[in-house]
Design a protein around this ligand. Structure first.
Ligand SMILES: C[S@@+](CC[C@H](N)C(=O)[O-])C[C@H]1O[C@@H](n2cnc3c(N)ncnc32)[C@H](O)[C@@H]1O
Length: 192
């Protein structure tokens, strides 16, 4: 995952913007993306750590004091236009206990395999009392988990592990909490 996202950084926002290789995204996906952004904009402001912030496409809409963390220097070069950034591993966060009020993470949890998942959750809970997870919704036709073959603009091909979630399924894994956004394409939950 590390090399893939580093290579993808300059073209990553093409996915959010539904352009380039992602231009075929359906209109209802684009509409829901805009609804997701509008929803995130009005989350109560908090001192937030965005784990695996990528280019900062969503990070920049979070209210409050926000720090973005990612493993990829190329992603951080882009996210750094909007927020303070730090290079690091989501499974070993370089912060003291309770350093933040909220950990936010988008389209990261669903890429983690079992052992990494548990480590990330333990770390998220160590550094903040609240965890907000945005991820891909389970919808008609999508498998719960799959290895996807993905292509970048240079024609390179990558295998990426990816899971899809119902809000209930995600909350069960996180041990409870509440659904904040339940769309056809995106889910957002908040867990203690
Ligand atoms: C699908 S992108 C999501 C980016 C952003 N959160 C968003 O929703 O647009 C996954 C991100 O996770 C980062 N990443 C992958 N493994 C990581 C790890 N162990 N620690 C920190 N970041 C990681 C990648 O560099 C990439 O930026």
């Amino acid at each position: 995952m590390k090399a893939y996202y580093d290579a993808r950084a300059p073209e990553y926002d093409d996915w959010w913007l539904a352009q380039g290789l992602h231009a075929a995204a359906p209109n209802d996906w684009k509409e829901e993306r805009d609804e997701l952004v509008d929803f995130l904009r009005v989350l109560p402001p908090k001192r937030t750590l965005d784990v695996a912030c990528g280019t900062g496409f969503l990070t920049r809409h979070l209210a409050g004091e926000v720090v973005g963390l990612d493993q990829s220097a190329r992603m951080l070069a882009l996210a750094g236009r909007y927020v303070e950034v730090i290079q690091g591993n989501g499974a070993a966060l370089p912060f003291d206990d309770d350093a933040f009020e909220r950990v936010f993470t988008s389209h990261f949890y669903g890429h983690l395999e079992d052992d990494h998942r548990a480590r990330f959750l333990a770390e998220a809970r160590r550094v903040a009392p609240e965890l907000v997870v945005v991820d891909a919704a389970l919808h008609g036709g999508s498998e719960r988990a799959e290895w996807q073959e993905r292509e970048l603009n240079d024609g390179s091909r990558w295998q990426v592990y990816k899971r899809f979630f119902s809000p209930e399924g995600l909350l069960r894994e996180l041990g409870g909490g509440e659904t904040l956004f339940a769309g056809q394409w995106f889910v957002v939950v908040r867990a203690p």
